[in-house]
Design a binder for this molecule. Structure first.
Ligand SMILES: [Zn+2]
Ligand SMILES: [Zn+2]
Length: 206
């Protein structure tokens, strides 16, 4: 049975993180202190859970997509920016084999649909006069034949446009959601400024 160890949280109502260089402990994420990077205490956790490398913490927050400590729920001051620009994100998205094969199959289907729709439109436009004449022979007024062909063409074109829209939506929406999730989280930490050493000459008795 696993047990959850509650973090040792220091009640510190300060609003921002601070940089404390603590080189004698290890990072709670990479479990090492050998990095040349200083350890910091960016949240209210303390003890062995309180020290972390800034790069390790940022990597972890970027993986999780959040801006708070998962232990003490301290909200970090962070700057979010998109990892990829518009065109770069499309290039990265299309590098995935599954996305490429889906798009390729949809392009083939879209091409066939376009050819069929165009063919029907051309046949109807060119054969309209013939259909009207044939209709008149069996007693169907010309405007009824024209109306029926126009209605048929409208249904074909609308179905074609709706299919294209649905196919496009199936590609655009997952890409757009992924693009919005690809953020770079950079923590904004204010370095703790050591108080200036007291000038012994100022400690004169007034
Ligand atoms: Zn680390
Ligand atoms: Zn914490």
């Amino acid at each position: 049975m696993t047990s959850v160890v509650a973090p040792d949280v220091e009640e510190n109502p300060s609003t921002g993180g601070s940089l404390h260089s603590i080189s004698s402990c290890s990072c709670r994420i990479c479990q090492t202190s050998k990095s040349r990077e200083d350890l910091i205490s960016p949240c209210n956790c303390k003890g062995t859970l309180g020290k972390v490398h800034l790069s390790c913490l940022e990597r972890w927050l970027n993986m999780c997509g959040r801006e708070y400590c998962e232990l003490c729920h301290f909200q970090f001051s962070a700057h979010r920016s998109r990892r990829y620009g518009l065109f770069q994100s499309i290039r990265v998205w299309m590098r995935h084999p599954r996305h490429r094969s889906l798009l390729a199959s949809d392009i083939v289907v879209g091409g066939i649909l376009t050819l069929v729709t165009l063919g029907l439109c051309i046949v109807c436009a060119m054969g309209l006069k013939y259909f009207v004449l044939e209709g008149l022979k069996v007693g169907i007024p010309g405007f009824w034949t024209e109306g029926a062909i126009t209605f048929f063409l409208s249904v074909i074109v609308l179905g074609y446009l709706a299919t294209l829209y649905l196919m496009l939506r199936d590609h655009v929406i997952p890409w757009y959601r992924w693009w919005n999730r690809c953020m770079v989280i950079k923590l904004i930490l204010v370095p703790e400024v050591d108080p200036p050493p007291r000038d012994l000459n100022d400690s004169r008795i007034v």
